[in-house]
Every structure is written in structure tokens, then in C-alpha cells.
Design a protein around this ligand. Structure first.
Ligand code: SPD
Length: 288
């Protein structure tokens, strides 16, 4: 039945990315407009300030790629920081690792967490009541500034696209602070936008992290409801060890729990940099 269904589009430059469904929540928080749309094929979809963030039937394309390359390669993943990610998908994937003892989730907008807990129940699932999870309603940039040196084993940035209040999470000052609070053998992971629809910021993240850390690497995959569909995640570390080598002893059980990510998928995804991006990177390197 189509009664009361409407189309809601994310308008990105000259394109629209639309989903059809029933609006089940609409709220203006202190920071942004939050909409939850119930759709037929993607389930419930979360939109923040006109941009699709996640859907309960498609979120694994994004959250599994952000978390597992990082956490499956760490020897020690006991203390984790997640910035953004108020829908709970990133913390859910992190808490699959038995070695995680303590996870700080820092989300600026409490309403995103409240509405996700109420409507997007399958995304955060049981993680919301996991005793290892500490929820902090705070500005991620300030949180990192106020953190002592060498504190976290992994820092994971699950931000929205650059905007008035998310911009700071893409700045070189922020990345430097993250490096400071990350342990020497720790790993930094961030969603790094689309090489197609957000090419400028994608390349900026790539260069910032390449210049700051000893090792960094970008993987590519698909998020069907994000502009252009192709998305990326970038990982960085100062470790001397083999960077991103899967290391976790229960990795088979993590693979079994995933819908998208597995070790073969990861290997392919790190080789998926489009040729035009490879060329742009080498041209820009020559400019520097
Ligand atoms: N174009 C949307 C990019 C948003 C990335 N973060 C999504 C948050 C899901 N936890």
C-alpha cells in the first residue's frame, strides 16, 4: 500500500538520491534536522540535514568497512574511541571484539542517539546496554583536545559529511590531535567520503593522513544510498609492524557475523583505488 508514502531526496549537486516511505520521526535538534523514514527495501532510514546517514537494511556496507580492517589487525584493542556514529552501528561492530574493554562513544547530538535507540533498534542492538560502552554527549574535536597523550588503541571517525559543525573533524589540527592521543602501535580509521561525489575532500583526507602517519591506506566499496554509491575509508598508523595485516585470533567468528566484510573482500577493497584517483594523487604529489 502506498498510502501516505512520500519521496525524500538527498540533493547532491545536480543529482538526487531518493527513498520512498513513511516519515515516522521528524525533529529539529540543536544541531540539525533529523528524519527517520520507513521504507520498503532499505527498512528505516536516517537522514540528517538532508543527507542519508544510514538505513537499517543497508548500514552494514558502511559500518563493517569502517571497523574491521582496523580492529582485526590490532594486537591490543582494549581502549577505543568512536567519534560520531550516534546510530550505534560502529560501536556494535567494535564490541564484537573480546579484547575491547572500554569504548568511548563521543556524539555531539544526543537526539541522534535517542531517536536511533527508539526507531533504529536493529542498528545499535544490544550494544547500547554493553557495560564496556561509555556514551559521551560532546564535541569530538574538544574531546580529543582534552585527552591525554597515548591513550587510545584505536580512534574511529564516523562523521557526517563536512558541514558547519562536522568540518573540524576533517581538519589537519584534528588529525594531529588524534595522532597525539593514539598509542604508538594504535590505529586511526575514518570514513573518507566518495572519490566521485566528494573528490576534493577525499583527496584532502588522503594527503593529510599520508603526510602525518608512517602508514596509511584507503579502501573502496559501495554504500548504495550515498551520493554516487562508491565510498571510501582510510586507515593510518605509526606502527613499525605490518600495517593492516589481519591478526585477530577469532577472525573467523567476526567474518561469520558480518554481512559484507570478510578477508577476501578487504584485500580486494584496498586494491580498488580508481585509476583517475591514482593519477590525481601522483600529479598532486608532483605539485608539492
Ligand atoms: N554521505 C553520508 C556520509 C555519512 C557517513 N557517516 C554515516 C554515519 C553512519 N553511522
Amino acid at each position: 500500500m502506498k498510502i501516505n508514502k512520500i519521496w525524500i531526496d538527498e540533493i547532491h549537486k545536480d543529482s538526487r538520491y531518493g527513498l520512498e516511505g513513511n516519515v515516522i520521526a521528524k525533529h529539529n535538534s540543536q544541531y540539525q534536522e533529523i528524519i527517520i523514514l520507513e521504507t520498503k527495501d532499505y527498512g528505516k532510514a536516517l537522514m540528517l540535514d538532508g543527507c542519508w546517514m544510514t538505513t537499517d537494511q543497508g548500514e552494514k556496507y558502511y559500518h563493517e568497512c569502517l571497523v574491521h580492517p582496523a580492529l582485526s589487525s590490532l594486537n591490543n584493542s582494549s581502549k577505543i574511541l568512536v567519534i560520531g556514529g550516534g546510530d550505534g552501528g560502529t560501536v556494535r561492530e567494535c564490541l564484537k571484539y573480546k579484547g575491547v574493554n572500554y569504548l568511548d562513544l563521543v556524539e555531539i547530538d544526543e537526539e541522534v542517539i535517542n531517536l536511533s535507540k527508539k526507531y533504529l533498534t536493529s542498528i545499535g542492538g544490544k550494544s547500547w546496554s554493553d557495560i564496556r560502552l561509555n556514551i559521551n554527549i560532546d564535541d569530538g574535536f574538544q574531546w580529543v583536545k582534552n585527552t591525554q597523550d597515548n591513550y587510545y588503541d584505536a580512534i574511529i571517525i564516523d562523521s557526517s559529511d563536512p558541514s558547519d559543525f562536522a568540518n573540524k573533524l576533517f581538519s589537519s589540527e584534528f588529525y594531529k590531535e588524534c595522532k597525539r592521543v593514539l598509542r604508538k602501535d594504535g590505529i586511526f580509521a575514518t570514513q573518507s567520503e566518495s572519490p566521485e561525489s566528494f573528490k576534493k575532500i577525499h583527496l584532502q583526507i588522503y594527503f593529510e593522513l599520508k603526510n602525518l602517519f608512517k602508514n596509511s591506506s584507503t579502501m573502496y566499496s559501495f554504500v548504495p544510498f550515498y551520493p554516487s554509491g562508491i565510498w571510501s575509508w582510510t586507515f593510518a598508523s605509526d606502527t613499525e609492524d605490518d600495517f593492516l595485516k589481519p591478526n585477530y585470533k577469532d577472525i573467523k567468528s567476526i567474518e561469520k557475523s558480518c554481512e559484507i566484510w570478510n578477508l577476501n573482500f578487504q584485500e580486494g577493497a584496498f586494491k580498488m583505488m580508481p585509476s583517475k584517483i591514482i593519477r590525481e594523487i601522483s600529479m598532486k604529489k608532483n605539485d608539492r
